[in-house]
Ligand binder design. Structure first.
Ligand SMILES: *[C@@H]1O[C@H](CO)[C@@H](O)[C@H](O)[C@H]1NC(C)=O
Ligand SMILES: *[C@@H]1O[C@H](CO)[C@@H](O)[C@H](O)[C@H]1NC(C)=O
Length: 369
């Protein structure tokens, strides 16, 4: 059962590497057992993912099943990034087309505010996917979180009315964090400020996810009396985590330039617009950056940015995110007619048939010049 599930996941993962599948299917068929086949498949995938460091490749090779779940987490982060930035000039598209590995992108080699967001989001995405996969029995190296939270997060007070116990299968946050650190922080082993900032942002993402863990309970007892509850910790919907990280992105702290120059080892940040104030240690969940972002208005191959020309924008209030004013960078916009065919006027016939007409749906949309 577990093996079958893992197989499914590997297949899903492999679509990013169609060439590998075609090339190695005969080879895979020769593998003696299904388990070996999976290992081989994942290990091959490790060699073809772009932009992994040597250390990451070793980890990927040693724990290919866990690494493949980590890649799922990275993809989850990219998808969520696209949602969170859908009305921004930079909208995360470059991460999707460039490579299956967001860390290979130009933005993640820089120190922009956007980069800090990406570090936190990808680190959280890896924790999220692995913590869940452990609890779902998809990985051999981990299972449900063994109690763990009883001491620190016991919400007994709130649930005192009824007897309850931690006996459900908790998502394995601790294991997810451990692997996320091992697999991602290893990219930034150099003892320079940029590496420290990247690791700080990774930690911020992981802390934000950890602080949103949920307690879920199920009732037991005669006819729904809920005399006994079984409870477990679960990772939240990833959208919630991403939205919180996005909030941190807006108030991210710029690391002072003089500290960059001096190579000061303690990370400090200072809030924007308070340049005179003494730098103080950055809170754990704050994002840090050290480079001013470009406008992302025009195409810039160096940043894998395609500019905002042709982007759909929102007419109306000019200060709103995604407004044509902000998105089109003052170049103005065109109104174009977009038509699509949609089912309409559906009628239900007894029994059981639904007939629909096809209607043309015409809409005017604004796009940036
Ligand atoms: C993101 O931007 C690119 C080009 O700048 C555009 O092609 C794409 O449709 C945009 N995506 C969304 C979701 O708006
Ligand atoms: C739905 O059907 C009615 C009557 O058959 C018609 O008058 C109307 O135009 C149709 N609506 C659409 C959107 O086609």
């Amino acid at each position: 059962m577990n093996i079958a599930r893992v197989a499914g996941e590997n297949c899903r993962m492999s679509w990013t590497f169609p060439a590998i599948i075609i090339l190695f299917v005969p080879l895979l068929n020769m593998a003696s057992s299904r388990g070996e086949l999976l290992k081989l498949n994942s290990a091959l995938a490790c060699r073809f993912v772009r932009g992994l460091t040597r250390e990451q490749r070793t980890i990927c090779h040693d724990a290919p099943d866990t690494a493949s779940v980590a890649f799922e987490g990275l993809q989850l982060a990219v998808k969520e990034c696209q949602h969170q930035f859908r009305w921004h000039r930079w909208n995360c598209t470059s991460l999707l087309t460039k490579s299956s590995n967001p860390h290979a992108s130009a933005l993640m080699k820089r120190g922009f505010r956007e980069s800090s967001f990406l570090y936190a989001l990808t680190a959280a995405g890896v924790v999220h996917s692995i913590a869940r996969a452990c609890a779902q029995g998809r990985l051999l190296s981990c299972g449900c979180d063994p109690v763990g939270y009883r001491a620190s997060h016991d919400p007994r007070g709130r649930l005192r009315a009824n007897k309850w116990e931690w006996s459900g299968c908790s998502h394995n946050l601790a294991y997810g964090i451990e692997f996320s650190k091992k697999f991602l922080d290893v990219r930034d082993q150099v003892d320079d400020l940029q590496s420290k900032i990247n690791v700080h942002n990774n930690n911020a993402g992981r802390s934000i996810l950890a602080s949103h863990m949920e307690v879920r309970c199920k009732c037991h007892g005669l006819s729904g009396s809920c005399q006994v509850r079984t409870c477990w910790r679960a990772t939240p919907d990833f959208r919630v985590v991403a939205t919180t990280i996005k909030r941190q992105y807006r108030k991210a702290l710029m690391v002072a330039q003089e500290e960059l120059n001096n190579g000061v080892s303690i990370l400090r940040g200072r809030p924007r617009g308070r340049r005179k104030s003494r730098p103080r240690p950055a809170p754990k969940t704050s994002l840090l950056f050290f480079e001013k972002s470009p406008s992302f208005c025009e195409a810039d191959p160096k940043l894998e940015s395609s500019g905002t020309s042709g982007r759909v924008c929102r007419t109306g209030r000019t200060s709103r995110t995604g407004s044509c004013d902000l998105l089109c960078c003052g170049r103005g916009h065109d109104l174009i007619r977009k038509s699509s065919i949609k089912p309409c006027n559906c009628t239900f016939h007894w029994c059981c048939r639904v007939d629909c007409q096809k209607c043309q749906d015409d809409k005017w949309v604004a796009v940036c010049k």
